[in-house]
Design a binder for this molecule. Structure first.
Ligand SMILES: [Zn+2]
Length: 276
């Protein structure tokens, strides 16, 4: 909100803009200032973004351009496992026309990190999802896919590469530590990635995501509403059994059932008290 002490009406130099005449700088030009970036040939997606940029200008409003702005930053990181057989297969999947899925990064079992989309663009990794009141997770997040079939442990090299990447992204975009979450957190009724074998506790110890104080699990007060607690943490509770299963897959992986035991409630209460 802009305030002004001047009582006279504010004079705004406005023009009706012909949207079709707007020249949008290409992604290549926009990022060319950063000499470190050697951006590969991305002409087709660039055209698509150019069209959307023009559509972002409202024909029914006057136009008086602001000069102070930049591009929106990602504020969440969503971690996935690919459920595919190899890094190469995943990369190919994301480059096929009909699949309509993508991610910003794919990390191989050997720790190789492949970036597939500029961090500032919206990849299609989250699908129908919700976290808190955010219903368009793709617009606010980076997607990281780990090459893993969903039944095998994550290799040490892969986790090391992930931790290094997360550190870079957290610092660069100032992402809050609570905002490093999994696909199944934001889509519990549809998704189970990353699997129970993913080391969330280890990530939390490094400042990515949350974990509970295992040595101090207090009895839960009689008036503790576990559904509200799950909702306040961020979970969509419209399918409660699936949400409980997602919560347990992450925090109590030794018992991935859809029922909250006394111990599970203590874990939930501890997390709720600690962070929310
Ligand atoms: Zn996923």
């Amino acid at each position: 909100m802009v305030s002004s002490k001047v009582s006279a009406p504010i004079q705004v130099d406005t023009t009706k803009i012909n949207v079709d005449s707007v020249v949008i700088p290409s992604i290549r030009d926009t990022f060319a200032q950063d000499a470190r970036l050697d951006i590969p040939n991305i002409s087709a997606p660039e055209d698509k973004v150019g069209v959307q940029m023009r559509e972002g200008i409202n024909k029914n409003a006057d136009w008086s351009p602001a000069i102070h702005y930049d591009v929106r930053r990602p504020n969440y990181v969503i971690i996935h496992h690919t459920a595919q057989r190899s890094l190469a297969q995943t990369v190919r999947t994301f480059q096929l026309e009909h699949t309509k899925v993508s991610a910003h990064y794919v990390i191989g079992r050997d720790g190789q990190v492949v970036q597939m989309l500029n961090d500032y663009l919206r990849s299609w990794h989250a699908g129908r999802s919700k976290w808190g009141t955010i219903t368009d997770m793709n617009s606010v997040s980076l997607g990281i896919e780990l090459d893993n079939n969903g039944r095998e442990p994550f290799s040490e090299a892969q986790i090391q590469s992930l931790l290094t990447l997360l550190e870079t992204l957290k610092t660069k975009y100032r992402i809050p530590f609570t905002n490093f979450i999994g696909h199944s957190d934001i889509a519990p009724a549809r998704k189970n990635d990353p699997s129970v074998l993913f080391p969330w506790k280890r990530l939390a110890a490094r400042g990515f995501g949350v974990w509970y104080d295992e040595s101090n699990l207090q009895p839960v007060p009689a008036n503790f509403n576990y559904v509200d607690a799950l909702r306040i943490i961020g979970y969509d509770v419209s399918n409660l059994p699936r949400t409980i299963a997602a919560f347990k897959r992450k925090f109590i992986p030794q018992d991935p059932s859809a029922v909250l035991s006394e111990y599970d409630r203590r874990v939930l209460y501890n997390l709720y008290q600690r962070y929310y």
